[in-house]
Design a protein around this ligand. Structure first.
Ligand code: AMP
Ligand code: GLY
Length: 429
């Protein structure tokens, strides 16, 4: 199989790593890729969000499968253009991608499908936002109803700050979703879907805030781990029954069957799993940990999903170990980022046992040196027999890597390692 991966983040580097372990995968290509992905694939300087350019590249390469990493190409209809051109593609249509692109659409689908989620109001002006804040009370949750790279959501006790965020969205010509606060630990569950059937990957947890102790603004994600030792038994089956299958059926009923990864962001509340959000792609940095543990050949799995032949009884194989990743971000992230800072120590980190380094915002300068080229720069993955060992390895790797202004959290997976994550007691029968 010849596979083209679209994107240039840590998630796409992890996809390439996993695809290259699949004996059925021959050539790997990526567009546009990053400095690290060049080791695993041939890079092509093509805009991943330009449907015509991607179709042109896929044809030129005679790719057997195109795997779309980020949301922007999906929102731009790249999957539709490839399907129309007769190219197999793993990723949802533009119509199905609305589950991520519009939070209001996602709420509408969830309501129609009877999926447990926070009560919400879509607001187009200040008066509506004020009424909704009043209705739901604190903590307040205000979401930009559009793609914001995980940064468009404000969760705050401060009503004035909640209103200020809503006003900023209105001023930019948008609407907001105001919703109930969901109380409970968060889970990222990725489900591979073929339009009709679905198979879940191992659940992971992401760390969204920039600073230790979940302080500071939201980011794309500063670290992750999998599996989750504190998750109630039967949790994934319950999410498949109460969320994934009803949503797949509802999307098919609307003429927008879902093919690709349905990323279900959940809170484990006293009422059971409730949906915080959907994304229509693998999560970053969770994927770097999830795929590190996947033993089932990934290329065949994604090709089967793309072709609608997953079937009802698909199961996946996982290694017994635990994976933790720590993101190294550049100076100024998440408000901005710093480019051109020379990165040292990646080889030293890679030489450690159970450590992998996946590239996100990296590039080569004129001298061929590895430099920062974005907000999230690298994800250092540690694998071990338990959370303590996986964390120790991820942090030992992270400590080997240096660049000016590097930021990282020191508490990724720490509360889980200490057994401090508690799930609210189930309140309903
Ligand atoms: P989203 O972009 O919808 O995933 O929101 C980003 C982050 O905001 C989530 O990962 C949660 O930490 C938080 N969040 C969003 N919605 C809620 C909610 N209804 N209740 C509690 N936290 C939320
Ligand atoms: N880490 C969360 C996301 O990929 O949206």
């Amino acid at each position: 199989m010849k596979i083209l991966v679209l994107g240039n983040g840590g998630r796409e580097h992890a996809l390439l790593r996993a695809l290259s372990r699949d004996p059925q995968v021959g050539e790997l290509h990526a567009a546009p890729g990053n400095a690290g992905m060049a080791d695993a694939a041939t890079l092509h300087p093509v805009d991943a969000a330009d449907p015509a350019a991607v179709v042109g590249l896929a044809r030129e390469l005679a790719a057997d499968l195109v795997v779309i990493g980020p949301e922007a190409p999906l929102a731009a209809g790249v999957a539709d253009a490839l399907r129309e051109a007769g190219v197999a593609v793993f990723g949802p249509s533009k119509a199905a991608a609305r589950l991520e692109v519009s939070k209001a659409f996602a709420k509408d689908v969830m309501t129609a499908a009877g999926v447990p989620t926070a009560r919400a109001r879509v607001c187009a002006d200040r008066a509506a936002a004020e009424a909704a804040l009043e209705e739901f009370g604190a903590p307040h949750v205000v979401k930009d109803d559009g793609l914001a790279g995980g940064k468009g959501v404000v969760v705050t006790e401060d009503r004035a700050a909640a209103l200020e965020h809503a006003e900023a969205c209105f001023a930019a010509g948008g609407t907001v979703v105001v919703e109930d606060f969901l109380d409970g630990p968060e889970v990222s569950l990725f489900v591979v879907c073929d339009g009709e059937h679905a198979v879940p990957l191992t659940p992971a947890q992401d760390f969204k805030r920039i600073h230790d102790g979940d302080a500071g603004p939201n980011t794309g994600g500063m670290g992750a781990y999998t599996p989750l030792p504190w998750l109630p038994e039967g949790f994934v089956d319950e999410v498949m029954d109460r969320v994934v299958r009803p949503v797949l059926a509802e999307m098919a009923r609307r003429g927008a069957p879902f093919t690709g990864v349905l990323f279900v962001g959940l809170a484990v509340t006293a009422r059971g799993p409730e949906v915080i959000e959907f994304n229509v792609r693998f999560g970053d940095p969770e994927t770097q940990t999830v795929l590190a543990r996947l033993q089932t050949p990934l290329g065949q799995l994604l090709a089967d999903a793309a072709a609608g032949r997953l079937g009802a009884d698909r199961t996946l194989e996982w290694s017994d170990d635990v994976a933790v990743d720590v993101v190294l971000a550049s100076a100024g992230y998440p408000a901005g980022s710093s480019t051109g800072d020379v990165i040292e120590g990646v080889e030293d980190a890679l030489a450690l046992e159970g450590v992998d380094v996946l590239h996100a915002g990296t590039a080569r300068n004129e001298d061929g040196a590895l430099v920062t080229a974005g907000g999230r720069v690298l994800a250092v993955v540690g694998r071990g027999a338990d959370l303590a060992q996986a964390r120790e390895r991820a942090y030992a790797g992270a400590e080997r890597i240096r660049f000016t202004g590097a930021q990282r959290r020191s508490d990724i997976a720490l509360r889980a390692e200490r057994g401090q994550i508690t799930v609210p007691e189930r309140s309903q029968a």
